[in-house]
Design a protein around this ligand. Sequence first.
Ligand SMILES: Nc1ncnc2c1ncn2[C@@H]1O[C@H](COP(=O)(O)OP(=O)(O)OP(=O)(O)O)[C@@H](O)[C@H]1O
Length: 218
Amino acid sequence: MLYLKHLTYHPAASTTAILRDISLQLGPQEMGLIIGPSGSGKTSLLELLAGLAQPTAGQICWRQQVLDTEALQQLAGLVFQFPERHFCGRTVLDELRLGHPEIPAERIHQALEAVGLSHVPLTAAPHALSGGQQRRLALAVQLIRQPYLLLLDEPTAGLDWSTRRQVVSLLSQLKRQWSLLVVSHDSEDLVTLADRCWGIHQGQLQEQPRFPMVQAAS
Ligand SMILES: Nc1ncnc2c1ncn2[C@@H]1O[C@H](COP(=O)(O)OP(=O)(O)OP(=O)(O)O)[C@@H](O)[C@H]1O
């Protein structure tokens, strides 16, 4: 269970706090969805949760334990917006092994299986995969590290309708095993999957009732 307790983030380069007094809870096998406009603080929140930045105040806890940035880097796997732009492996295998050359073949196959890519040759070039396959590969890159929490920044951005459906269907499968926290500027694709929804505006989070949003989206 993930707990954020009164999290505030005010980096020195910003005149105001980017995130203010954020509290939330997310259970195992739950998907949380945070919806907010550009500049509202969504990516910054994921960066704190991935241990890439240090909160100014507040705590991030997993079960009863307060986590520092190092522990968060182990716990969470962050898939950036447009992750395919950051691929730097020559092959699918290179991409999966980047930074973890010791990972056994079995873990590689498990990760590819979890994202429905087990049929793709390990020698294929990541940039030669379809848009949906590239998003799947980006998820596999994180799953291979065996995180407890998957953080996804705009997972369906820039995809056509049918590829978006594929990604949404994959997330519904991953939710059975992992806790997922997804941020997006639009709720349309993802709201039906979400167990909990929040709106974020100018760094402030507000829990939103899920059912009216599901009806509005359908
Ligand atoms: N380290 C930093 N120092 C100063 N300002 C920052 C820093 N990180 C983010 N910001 C600012 O904080 C605000 C929130 O940024 P963030 O990227 O978290 O928003 P976002 O909701 O993810 O936006 P988008 O949907 O456009 O990616 C922006 O105005 C951004 O310029």
